[in-house]
Design a protein around this ligand. Structure first.
Ligand SMILES: NC(=O)c1ccc[n+]([C@@H]2O[C@H](COP(=O)([O-])OP(=O)(O)OC[C@H]3O[C@@H](n4cnc5c(N)ncnc54)[C@H](OP(=O)(O)O)[C@@H]3O)[C@@H](O)[C@H]2O)c1
Length: 300
C-alpha cells in the first residue's frame, strides 16, 4: 500500500550542475549504477568507477569521457573479497583529497547460498559488509568535501525479513534468497542511522534509496527460471534504469537536500522504511557486528 502511494508521487529532478565534483560510484558497470554514472557525467561530475571487471569499466570510462568533458578513473575491486574493498578505499584516499559523493550501488542477489573467501554469505557481504566497509574507510574523505553526500542504494526488499544476527551466514536456516537479500538491505539501512549520527556535527549527509524496479542484470546469479522471467517480462514490467539514474542524480546534486540526512527515499520521494529500522538497540547490534565482521573492531 505504502509503496503504491509512493509510486503515484511525481519524481523530482534538479538542474543543479556537478562540475568539478568528484563522485565515487560502485557498481557502475551495469543497471542502476551505470545509469547513475551516465547522468552524473552529463551533469559534469568527475567519476571514480569502482568495478570488479576491468573490461566493462574501461568501456564505461570510454563512453563517459567521449560523451562529456569529465574524467572517469577506474579502481578495481571484487566485493567478495573484503581485502579488495580495503585496497580500493586506500587507493581512493591516496589519490583524491576529498570525495564529494560516494554512491554504494554494487549489489546482487543469488538464488543459491554462496560463501565468500572471507567466510560470509555472499549477498550479505557484497550488499552490506562491503558498502559498510567502503563507507567507513572513506568517511573522512567525504567529510573533507564542502558538502559530502553518501548514498546507499538500498531496496524496498529490506522489508523481506531474514535478518538474524545469530545466523547472518544462513548456516542454521534454510537459505531463501528473497530473505537473504532482505537481510543484507535491512542491515545496510540500520547501519545508515549510525552513519547519520556519526556525521551529525559535519556538513556531510548519508541517505538510502530504493532505486525503483528497473530492468538490469541483477538476476545474473539466479537460476534459469528467474533469468527467463526477467528476460521475458523486463520490458513490460520494469522501468528503464535511466529513471534510477535521474533519482540518484537528484539525491547527489539537489541543493534542497543539503541538510537531509538519515532518510530513506523511494526514487526521489522520502518514504517510511520498515518499522524495525527504528529499533535503536537492534541498530546498535547491527553496527557492532558489522564492525567486527569487517575487521574494523576485533570481536571479543
Ligand atoms: N534493479 C532493480 O529493480 C533494483 C531494485 C531495488 C534495488 N536495486 C539495487 O540496485 C543496485 C544495483 O543493482 P542493478 O539492479 O543495477 O543490478 P546489476 O545490473 O546486476 O548491477 C549490479 C552492479 O554491481 C556490481 N557487482 C555485483 N557483484 C559485485 C562484486 N562481487 N564486486 C563488485 N561489484 C559487483 C556489478 O558488476 P558487474 O557488471 O561486473 O556484474 C554491477 O556493476 C543493487 O544494490 C540492487 O540491490 C535494484
Amino acid at each position: 500500500m505504502a509503496y503504491r502511494k509512493i509510486r503515484r508521487k511525481r519524481w523530482r529532478t534538479t538542474d543543479a550542475r556537478m562540475d568539478g565534483k568528484l563522485c565515487v560510484i560502485t557498481g557502475a558497470t551495469s543497471g542502476v549504477g551505470l545509469a547513475a554514472a551516465r547522468r552524473l557525467a552529463k551533469g559534469g561530475a568527475d567519476l571514480v568507477l569502482v568495478a570488479r571487471d576491468r573490461d566493462k569499466a574501461e568501456a564505461v570510462k570510454a563512453e563517459l569521457e567521449a560523451a562529456h568533458a569529465v574524467r572517469a578513473d577506474i579502481v578495481i575491486a571484487d566485493f567478495v573479497r573484503l581485502s579488495d574493498v580495503r585496497g580500493a578505499a586506500e587507493d581512493i584516499r591516496s589519490r583524491y583529497p576529498a570525495v564529494d559523493v560516494l554512491i554504494n550501488c554494487a549489489g546482487l542477489f543469488s538464488t543459491k547460498r554462496r560463501v565468500t573467501e572471507d567466510g560470509h554469505e555472499m549477498t550479505f557481504q557484497v550488499n552490506h559488509l562491503a558498502s559498510f566497509l567502503m563507507t567507513m574507510l572513506l568517511l573522512e574523505t567525504v567529510i573533507r568535501s564542502p558538502q559530502g553526500r553518501i548514498i546507499q542504494v538500498n531496496s524496498f526488499g529490506h522489508r523481506f525479513g531474514g535478518l538474524d544476527l545469530g545466523d547472518l551466514d544462513w548456516q542454521r536456516r534454510a537459505y531463501l534468497w528473497p530473505r537473504a537479500y532482505g537481510a543484507s538491505k535491512l542491515a545496510q539501512l540500520m547501519a545508515m542511522h549510525t552513519f547519520a549520527a556519526l556525521l551529525k556535527e559535519t556538513d556531510a549527509t548519508v541517505n538510502a534509496v530504493h532505486p525503483g524496479l528497473v530492468g538490469s542484470n541483477i538476476v545474473q546469479n539466479s537460476g534459469f527460471l528467474l533469468r527467463w522471467l526477467m528476460h521475458t517480462f523486463k520490458k513490460r514490467l520494469l522501468k528503464d534504469p535511466a529513471v534510477s539514474g535521474e533519482a540518484l542524480y537528484f539525491l547527489a546534486a539537489a541543493p534542497e537536500l543539503k541538510h537531509m540526512t538519515g532518510r530513506y527515499f523511494s526514487l526521489t520521494a522520502e518514504a517510511k522504511p520498515a518499522a524495525v529500522t527504528k529499533n535503536e538497540a537492534l541498530c546498535v547490534q547491527v553496527w557492532e557486528r558489522s564492525l567486527g565482521l569487517t575487521g574494523l573492531r576485533q570481536s571479543p
